[in-house]
Design a protein. Sequence first.
Length: 269
Amino acid sequence: MMMKKNTILQCAALLLMAVMMPLQAVSQTDRRGDCDYDGRFDVADVTALIGYILSEQWVDVPQALTRSVTVNGVDYVMLHVDGGTYTMGEATYTVQGFWIGQTEVTSQQWKAVTGSSTIPANKPICAMSINQINEYLTQLNQITGLPFRLAKLTEWRFAALGGNKSQGYRYPGSDNHKKVAWSKEITRGINPVASLKCNELGLYDMGGNVAEYCTDSSGNNYYVCGGSYFDIGENCTVGYTQQRYGKDEHYGFHGLRVVLPEDALNLEE
């Protein structure tokens, strides 16, 4: 999960309190240490804090320009990616600035648009066909008045690499896939978004968890990128791509992340 600095500090302070007294003595209505956002401070919050610290997110979550788009009470956090160039293989690509979802589209975000989902709220939506995704994007754009779309393959790779802040990692944010990507070596299914380390831009789950649909520059050809929980870690690299043809096919390990053009949201603070 993504925690604000104040939440981390408050939870850490309450953890110290809990060491010196029975946890039940801490007020169950005290929200200061509510790391899992269930409305109270309890053992689950201590567990969440320990997991958060062990994932190393507290060390190096970068500052990023973000904007929130609210859809029926649910926020889509969009992170700005400055334009730039990158090299993959023997080719060099130029990418214009754009906005990209800080996480994969969650079940909660999908439900806010479509009205239904059977997946837990904080896990990425999955098992949708290309046709269902396109219908979702149409509905999302009607609600918001914004031109949401899938990332182009060049945009997705640039963002996964860390954009202009890239450190040249093999996986999105690390050379150790277990720190940044839910793969079959460490999980048996989808996990809550943003529960592993982010990449240099502050984007979560660009590798692993669910593979993400992208398009080519024409928007007519579809790919999935980054690998998934169904893949071995070696397939969760920034360059791992598979083309998809059938627009009615469903895969339980495929999901999506949304993108907006740079001029769709205000760049000024």
